[in-house]
Design a protein around this ligand. Sequence first.
Ligand SMILES: Cc1cc2nc3c(=O)[nH]c(=O)nc-3n(C[C@H](O)[C@H](O)[C@H](O)COP(=O)(O)O)c2cc1C
Length: 310
Amino acid sequence: MQLALAPLQTYTDYHFRNAHQAVYGGVDKFYAPYLKMNNDGTIKSAPKIDVLPVNNPLAQVVPQLMACSVEDFFIMADYLEELGYTEVNWNMGCPYPMVTNRNLGAGILNKPDDLKRLLDAIVPRLTMRLGIKMRMGMDSTAEILDILPALNDYPLTEIIIHARYAKQLYNGGCDHAQFANCIALTKHPLTYNGDITSAEEFEELQQLFPGITNWMIGRGAMVNPALFEEIKTGRFDDSETYRSRLLVFTDHLENSLVACNPDKGYALSKLKSYWEYLADELDDGNKLFRKLKKTKTLSEFREELLVFMD
Ligand SMILES: Cc1cc2nc3c(=O)[nH]c(=O)nc-3n(C[C@H](O)[C@H](O)[C@H](O)COP(=O)(O)O)c2cc1C
């Protein structure tokens, strides 16, 4: 079984990935949120910095990019290759209209001819390994039934499927029946992704898809960073241990954020965004998060956490 941490832009950045490795276990593969181009032909700086090897001293991450032209694809892929990466993941999953309207992210999924044209131009030139992370379609999960056979023509390392269609955004459930149909349609290693939030749910999915060995978890791990361990070992921390590890995790996050940007306001606002998820797993977490949101300094933030955890 292989468990991967999903890329979540602004959340599963190197601060999160490194802190997670310092405190928790169970992740076999980390994915970095996507690189994207600015309008002036340069790569956006935050994700560029996120994948620097110096910021990723622990497990090697799989970087991701989002492109809808051969030129942009190679500007980003070449950057990653120069940094020493040997594999890149192509984002065909981002569902937001301002992205998909430009054929980026999931916007390519309902244009199979464009997708093939891009792959035909990119694959022969690319010296890195290529994987794809995708939704099941733009307007319906049925679109994937045509896409997967077409992707068999290319040497992909993997296909990660978030089992929703793009127009759903994050609403509604994942389409498990359609995911089951996908298994026979691809020759590539397949990863299931979508709504795994507990070890129990994971087991149900495992029973549903017994042949699937690769799994990716995003929001479930933002809420409960111990989820990978829980799935792998079947052991659960008692409430006190769970909370004290969260505090240590927060220390690691804070130290990394302050080291990256001495403006303490930056660290505070990032900690608040991580804790919007982390608080969800705790009894009275909503109350805690309301208090954390109001804090004005890192020490106030810590104080609120300590009072709550006491
Ligand atoms: C805030 C946020 C940011 C995301 N950023 C990315 C991203 O950079 N690249 C990507 O492929 N998917 C991204 N996703 C999608 C997740 O990787 C994942 O496919 C999706 O959340 C479903 O998995 P989950 O239910 O385990 O969270 C993002 C999702 C969220 C909620």
